[in-house]
Every structure is written in C-alpha cells, then in structure tokens.
Design a binder for this molecule. Structure first.
Ligand SMILES: Nc1ncnc2c1ncn2[C@@H]1O[C@H](COP(=O)(O)OP(=O)(O)O)[C@@H](O)[C@H]1O
Ligand SMILES: [Mg+2]
Length: 362
C-alpha cells in the first residue's frame, strides 16, 4: 500500500484494515485474492464512486500485485453485531424497524443494479450514526436481471443461508430476503438461529402481531411465496411510521397500546380527577425510554390508584396487568429491573418528573 497511508488496525489478518490518511481521515481497506476477482471486480466497479443511502460508499478499486483492493470511503465505528451487543437493552423496536428499513433500502439499491449480496448478516451491516449501510461484497454477484436463478453453491453464512441454497436448488435474489429475516429475528430476540433447527418464535414475547407477521413472511421457505423486497419495504415503512408517530406510538408494544386505549375510554366516563391522573401517567410512560423508570411509573400508578381511588378496582387490575406485561417484556429482553419498591422509593426516583410533581401531591 502507499507509503503515506498508515495502517491503524488490522481487522482481519491480511484482509481487512482500518487505515489513516495524512489528513487524518480513516478508511477501511479490503484485499481479495486473485481467484475471486471476476465477480467482485464487476460488483465493486459497478458500485464505485456512486452515492447510495444504504450501501457503504466505495472510494476506489485497485489492482496491485495481483490483488484486488477495495477502499471504502466511509469508516463507520461499529458493525450491527457490535451495536446490538453493546446496546442490548436499549436497541428497541423503533431502532429495529429503522435498521430493517435501511437494509431493505440497500438491498433494493443493489437489486436495481441486478446485484445479489448473498451474505446479509449483522457483521456485514455498519452504522454511521444516521443510516445503516451494507458492506462486504465478497459473495456478491451481478446478474443479467434481478429474476435470474442460479445454481446453488455453498455461499454465505450457514445460519443465515436460505433453504433453497442449503438444499442445492436454484435460487434468486429472494435468498437475501431470507437472510434479512434471520437478521430481523436476531434483532428482535437477541439470539441467533441455528441452521440445524427451524427458527421458532419465543412464546413469551410482546411484539406487535404485525411485526411477527412480517418476520414470518420473510422466513417463508418457499422462495416464490416469500415476501418480495418492494412489498416488504411498504409494510415495514408503515409500521415504522406508526412507531415513530408520538400520537400513535406508545413506546410499548401494540398489545399494551390497546389495553391503554381501552382504559382511557372507560376513564372518560368517570370522575375527572382520575381521568386526568391516568392520562398523565399514560403520557409519561409513553415518553419514558428508561426501562427502570417505566416500571417505577407503573408501580406508582397502581399504588396511587390503590390509595386514592380504592373503589376503582377494575382500573387498578388493568394497570397491574400492564405492569406485569411490561416486566415480562423486559425480562424476555433480559433487562434487569428491580421491582417491588416502596412508594417513597418510587417517589424519590421519579421526582425529576415535573408533570407528576405538579399534579399529584408529590
Ligand atoms: N466501511 C466499513 N465501515 C465500518 N466497518 C467496516 C467497514 N468495512 C469493514 N468493516 C469492519 O470489518 C469487518 C470485516 O469486514 P468484511 O468486509 O465484512 O470482511 P470479512 O470478509 O472478514 O467478513 C466488518 O464486520 C466490520 O466490522
Ligand atoms: Mg463480512
């Protein structure tokens, strides 16, 4: 490599490097072996110097000493696996949908150029703080059109590999949708499938039915029945909008949302005071991102109902049910929460929340 470029880190021995240029900018450099040239050279040259939203920008493709060298212009800090590992607790449905939508965008950008990626997995997605981008075109190939079927070869990463490839049948760009389904599963349940076993949906989850439906449509074994990228984009976009619209989104999952709106309609018929109180609690919980505080808010809510509106037994039972669902959801996501705090403790911990303080003898 050139003398004025410094290797800052060897990511994969003899293969992937993080390099620093004299002006301080950083780039990733990946070297490919000669025997892999053709496919990759074709793909990289097609992508080179183009601007995509969800594909990492390729700055240069060089052939030097019988090696093919790809220089990525953008050097993102972490790949998706690292991001999820370090933010397991906070990588929530909103983040998952945004990430999924971005990768779908990237796959569509590739599909427009008749390129199949064939190795979609968390290690091959990076995040620049704003958008998720696809990297690693080692197994990518450009076809005559996006419906081309090719004969199987063992390609990609086994736990993310589509059944048609595993069974040595001809496959199409739909194989990337399967891998993306496996990746979606990983983001939702923070565990990876095993190719020896069918991916099963954990029983105790509180994800919206629509999310599970989309997941299943991606993990459809029959590739012709498997959802196509453009439809997938529409469906995920719709869900993403719901989760990002504060008037519709609760920050909780849909199951709980229905319960909350149910509560709100019953409240409307009752005394104004409890109505306002419940509304405030609902809003606070919706706004709150911190899991500990969400639990505390629920606890405060039920305890306050118990002491102030003791006749509202049904109300309280509903909120208690919500609290339990929330606790289970967090447990399922392996979030440690401490429950059963005393009301004084809760008050202390919540006393930063001005709305509550102002409203209820806090
Ligand atoms: N442009 C980039 N931005 C951020 N991270 C990158 C970039 N290119 C590579 N990496 C990091 O290096 C790792 C290996 O690169 P990759 O091209 O996927 O090689 P491999 O063939 O070993 O999978 C990736 O998982 C990612 O963490
Ligand atoms: Mg890779």
């Amino acid at each position: 490599m050139h003398h004025n470029i410094v290797v800052s880190q060897e990511i994969r021995p003899n293969k992937v490097y993080l390099v620093t240029y004299p002006d301080g900018s950083q780039r990733y450099v990946k070297k490919y072996l000669a025997q892999q040239y053709q496919n990759i050279f074709d793909v990289l040259n097609t992508l080179k110097q183009q601007k995509f939203r969800n594909i990492v920008k390729i700055f240069d493709v060089i052939i030097e000493n019988n090696e093919l060298i790809c220089v990525y212009e953008e050097a993102c800090k972490q790949n998706l696996r690292e991001i999820i590992k370090s933010n397991e607790k906070t990588f929530d449905t909103q983040d998952i949908l945004k990430c999924l939508l971005d990768i779908i965008g990237g796959l569509l950008e590739l599909k427009n150029l008749n390129i199949f990626h064939r190795d979609i997995k968390p290690d091959n997605i990076v995040y620049n703080g704003q958008d998720y981008k696809i990297i690693d075109f080692e197994t990518a190939k450009r076809f005559q059109d996006d419906r081309t079927k090719v004969q199987s070869v063992d390609i990609g990463t086994i736990n993310y590999r589509a059944p048609e490839i595993n069974q040595n049948r001809a496959y199409s760009s739909q194989c990337d949708v399967w891998s993306l389904g496996c990746l979606f599963y990983y983001m939702l349940f923070k565990q990876e499938g095993d190719h020896m076993q069918q991916l099963s949906i954990p029983q105790n989850h509180y994800y919206d039915d629509k999310i599970i439906k989309i997941l299943k449509s991606m993990l459809e074994k029959n590739e012709t029945k498997r959802i196509r990228l453009d439809n997938l984009q529409k469906e995920v976009q719709e869900l993403h909008n719901i989760y990002n619209n504060p008037t519709q989104s609760t920050g909780l999952e849909q199951n709980t949302t229905n319960l909350v709106s149910d509560i709100n309609t019953t409240i409307d018929k009752r005394h104004n005071n409890i109505n306002t109180f419940n509304n405030i609690m609902t809003k606070l919980i919706f706004k709150e991102k911190n899991e500990q505080k969400i639990i505390k808010l629920y606890q405060f809510w039920t305890k306050r109902l118990e002491t102030k509106f003791s006749e509202e037994i049904q109300q309280r039972q509903k909120i208690e049910k919500l609290l339990l669902m929330q606790i289970q959801e967090f447990k399922q996501k392996r979030i440690q929460i401490d429950v059963f705090a005393s009301i004084d403790q809760i008050k202390n911990e919540l006393n930063c929340i001005q709305d509550l303080k102002d409203f209820y003898d806090f």
